[in-house]
Design a protein around this ligand. Sequence first.
Ligand SMILES: C[S@@+](CC[C@H](N)C(=O)[O-])C[C@H]1O[C@@H](n2cnc3c(N)ncnc32)[C@H](O)[C@@H]1O
Length: 238
Amino acid sequence: MKAQYTHGRPVDESGVREMFTRVAKRYDVGNALMTLGMSGRWRREIQRRARVMPGNVVLDLATGTGQLAVDALRAQPSAQVIGADLTPAMLDIAKQRHPGSSIAWVCLDAHALPFDDSTVDVITHGYLLRYLDLHAGLAEQFRVLTPGGRLVALDTSPGAAGIIGRIASSATTFWPRLVGRFIGQTAEDYQFLQDSSLAFHSPAVIARALEEVGFEGCGSKSYLGGMLAVCWGQKPTL
Ligand SMILES: C[S@@+](CC[C@H](N)C(=O)[O-])C[C@H]1O[C@@H](n2cnc3c(N)ncnc32)[C@H](O)[C@@H]1O
């Protein structure tokens, strides 16, 4: 299935998988450098919004090396946590990083979730939305969530308007390029990430898309001068 990426060059799942296979081994260190070690701030917000309850089924999509899945399990040790990703090499690192954890690691494409309707209480994801057909991907997540289920999504955004946004945007151009080289990204990979970040939907557009597929109580919170945002919504209760 083709990912309908409409805000930059189109990508398909095999291209995405190849890119993340190249960077898998150095992804965590690259991510820590790229976010200047500040990811704890938005990771805490993600878990606060996710409100994982005892026994909940939690699905962390695009789990990569599994950090958000581990955060969910720490927040609620009796939860059944599934860490799912398109790229086997990323899941291999997740398994190595978290040996003996109760998390189920699953290889899947988020466009077609292998779960029945209304069977997942919480969905989280970090940096997945840009690879998805936004409405179809969110509708698929809505389908598998239980009534009252929560979706919390982190992604980059085009940045705040005005002087703060311009400073944040230029400061984050040089640094990710350097880190990208270090973790094994090709110039083309870097250009794609850069273009897709700058051209990606604003949090307001994502919140509106959440409402359009049926979520309620939607909102967002921005970080790093508007370069990152956590967006959330809840499936209505019956
Ligand atoms: C930048 S990494 C994010 C990893 C982790 N969530 C984090 O916050 O650091 C993006 C991940 O999305 C995965 N991905 C991309 N398209 C996907 C899809 N259609 N279905 C599932 N995972 C996908 C990639 O394989 C990659 O591991």
